[in-house]
Design a protein around this ligand. Sequence first.
Ligand code: GRF
Length: 214
Amino acid sequence: MTKLRLGVLVSGGGSNLQSIIDHCDSGYLPAEVVIVISSKGGVYALERAKRHNIPSVVVSPKDYPNRQAYEDEMAKILRSYDVGLVVLAGFLKVLSPHFVNAFQGRIMNIHPSLIPAFCGEGYYGEKVHKAALDYGVKISGVTVHFVDEGADTGPIILQRAVPVMDDDTPESLAERVLQEEHKIYPEAIKLFAENRLKVVGRKVKIIKGRKIDD
Ligand code: GRF
């Protein structure tokens, strides 16, 4: 089986990138990370790519005259690596419809809450967890979804609940949620790689796997 070629977009520490690389290396994922693109220089995600001999490049919006030129550059790089799935892993830029249409149905994102709670414009990083704690929810969680033209509005692939503790801080909740992110993102990518995700309107149907004795 040919491996799914992943282009991972990052802006920070890259612990999800690491989890994806590890799940490729272990053979769990029939995929390989072929290019890492960071919107910022000097972030630890770039170091992780380097350690695994994965090509990486910084494409920063501030180096381009406008959003379209910035996104065109990323699209050009992703195409040159023949990427089959674009994986947003802590990528802090919202992609325009121009870019989303260019990779229609082939962009995934992970968000550290149960969408549609605590998501959309302005909800990123610890702000998500602070909002969940301020609201007083007893359960938060993780969502993996396809990216559409909106902010965190695309069809949901997988979700998992994570309990909120009475003494949680945004940091402690983020850490517990992150542990779950590291499991659920490889699961969602595996389903895509096995061609088992079918988008019907807003819903993502998961096609059952073949049994060994089929
Ligand atoms: C994760 O919580 C992810 O859900 C959010 O940004 C964080 C990135 O963490 N979009 P990392 O860079 O993968 O460690």
